[in-house]
Structure formats: structure tokens, C-alpha cells
Ligand binder design. Structure first.
Ligand code: PSU
Ligand code: MN
Length: 300
């Protein structure tokens, strides 16, 4: 048996039960303490209540963990030495005994490798503003194009070049399925106004598309986009003002590379206050529940 698997996850996979992967960069670099640990625990509970087994993925002291236990979740949320691990960092982190949260790219890779079909997160990484010059495009996109997994998210952060990210997903051959929406969601906002080609209204219909994609597709992943729940979305004007400030601060401070996303997220949370964290929590919970429903529909 795969030694990276937690016991619940190993048992569920062996029995052919529904499993949902969860990422851990949102815990280590996405949300402030102590909200990060509260959310990590809550997401696992949401997946269980929706009838699936959660597998939070991360790297602890050089060990890949697919299904962190309670102590592992707390360590990632509370330790000071935690890294942000993209898919390319997995080998170096394992070899050097590193500890870190796995991004969407690293989590998708490890989940698919373990035989998990569905993965829930908040926002996918994407094409950064100014990427024509910096070439800063998240590894999440390329990984999704060649990894057989379904990622449920609420779009990408508005801090990215959103139309450019959708173009890149098209180039990479990744289908984008709107869940009960005709437009691409805007993470903190329910819609970006950008139209989608495909809309599906229930988990069974999503499962049908995933099966068909496996049969006729390229072997890569599927993206399901689920808008932030009504009531938790932010006020667009406040959001846009905070975003302008965050982008200006990143430019001013010369933030580059893997530090860009965590910097902008922290800045937005600081300017927007508790409503930003509340919106983030609400949308990830909703994505975790939907992912559990899709994972079960895939079994039927
Ligand atoms: N979007 C969020 N919160 C996050 C991230 C994205 O709303 O914490 C994290 C995810 O783990 C994603 C990563 O995979 O940021 C992307 O980082 P980069 O842009 O450096 O590829
Ligand atoms: Mn980057």
C-alpha cells in the first residue's frame, strides 16, 4: 500500500468510496492564523457531512501526506518554517526533509497519483497581470492540462489577468464547466461577466462530462467553477479599490515569483477586513461540499 496515504483515505480508496482531495497552501499561505486551522478542520467536516472522505494533502518533514491527520493539519497551520510547495518543489522538499503546504499544482499531482478523482480549492492560480513581461503563469494551469483530476473552485483571484487565464485554459485543452452559472465566477465576486461555453446544473451531469472527457479527452483535467454563495460575496466597488491598492503595493515593494500570490492575498485581507476571509471561507466550504457530491456521482 502507498505509505503516503492516511488510514481513512487508504480504506476509502480500497473500498471504492468517494474521496475529495484538499490543498494546504490555503492553510499555510492563504489565510491568517487562527482562521487557517479552523478552516482546514471545517473543510474536512464539510466533505464528511456530504458523504465523502477528505484527503488534505501536504508535506511534513520530507514525507508526502495524502490525508493529513489532526496533528499534521495543526503543524502546517501553526509551524513557522512551512514552505509553499508547487509541483516542482516536491522532489527537493522530500529529499531535504522540508515541510510545506502544497499548491493546486502539487496537490492535483499527488491526488491523481493516489487515485483520487476530485479536488476542491478556493481559487486556481493563473496568468498574472503583466505576464507578457514577467512570464508569471501559475504551474496550476499546465499541471491541470496533463493531470487526470477534476478541480472544483470559484474561479481565479481578480488579482490575476482573468481573461488571459481563460484563454490559457483554452490553449491547454482544459474544459471549464460553470456550475449553475453561465459566466466565469470572480472568487470574491459571483461573476466576472466573462461567458462560459458550458453550464451544468447538478452533480450527476458534471459526472457525465468527466466520464466523457476521460473517454474522448486528452487525459488531462477538468475545471468546475462554482460561484461564491449568495450573501458572502463582497461589494464590487470595495473589492476593486482594495485590489488597486494591493497591486500598487506589490509593484512598489518589488514582490516577485512565488511571493506574489500570498502577498496580494494578505494585502486584500488587511484592507477588506473580516468580510474577505468570510467570503473565502464560504466559497471553499461550498466547493468542498460540491466536490463531495461530484465524487459520489462519479461512483454511480
Ligand atoms: N488562490 C487563493 N488562495 C490561495 C491560492 C490561490 O485564493 O491560497 C494558492 C493556491 O495554492 C494556488 C497558489 O495553487 O496560490 C498559486 O500560486 P502561484 O500564483 O504562485 O502559482
Ligand atoms: Mn508564479
Amino acid at each position: 500500500m502507498d505509505s503516503t496515504l492516511g488510514p481513512d483515505v487508504a480504506a476509502a480508496l480500497a473500498a471504492g468510496r468517494a474521496v475529495v482531495a484538499l490543498e494546504s497552501t490555503i492553510i499555510t499561505h492563504g489565510l491568517p492564523r487562527p482562521d487557517n486551522l479552523t478552516l482546514a478542520r471545517r473543510l474536512e467536516q464539510v466533505v464528511r457531512e456530504a458523504g465523502a472522505v477528505p484527503a488534505t494533502i501536504g508535506v511534513l518533514d520530507g514525507q508526502v501526506r495524502v490525508g493529513l491527520d489532526a496533528a499534521g493539519l495543526a503543524a502546517l497551520a501553526e509551524r513557522r518554517d512551512v514552505l509553499k510547495l508547487s509541483v516542482r518543489d516536491l522532489g527537493p522538499a522530500v529529499a531535504t526533509g522540508g515541510t510545506g503546504g502544497t499548491t493546486v499544482s502539487a496537490t492535483a499531482h499527488l491526488a491523481a497519483r493516489a487515485g483520487i478523482a476530485v479536488f476542491a480549492t478556493g481559487g486556481l492560480g493563473g496568468v498574472h497581470r503583466g505576464a507578457a513581461g514577467t512570464r508569471d503563469v501559475s504551474a496550476d494551469l499546465d499541471t491541470l492540462s496533463r493531470t487526470p483530476i477534476t478541480v472544483v473552485c470559484s474561479g481565479v483571484k481578480s488579482l490575476l489577468d482573468v481573461p488571459g487565464t481563460l484563454e490559457q485554459l483554452e490553449t491547454l485543452g482544459v474544459p471549464v464547466l460553470g456550475y449553475r452559472t453561465d459566466t466565469f465566477p470572480g472568487f470574491y465576486l459571483a461573476s466576472t461577466g466573462l461567458p462560459l461555453d458550458w453550464r451544468l446544473d447538478d452533480p450527476a451531469a458534471v459526472a457525465d462530462v468527466i466520464r466523457a472527457h476521460r473517454a474522448v479527452g486528452t487525459g488531462g483535467g477538468v475545471l468546475v467553477v462554482n460561484p461564491v454563495p449568495v450573501g458572502a460575496a463582497l461589494d464590487p466597488a470595495a473589492h476593486d479599490a482594495a485590489l488597486e491598492a494591493a497591486l500598487g503595493a506589490a509593484e512598489h515593494e518589488g514582490i516577485r515569483g512565488k511571493h506574489v500570490t500570498p502577498f496580494l492575498l494578505a494585502h486584500l485581507q488587511q484592507t477588506l477586513g473580516p468580510s474577505a476571509v468570510a467570503a473565502n471561507v464560504a466559497l471553499v466550504e461550498s466547493n468542498a461540499a460540491l466536490a463531495a457530491q461530484i465524487a459520489q456521482a462519479l461512483l454511480g
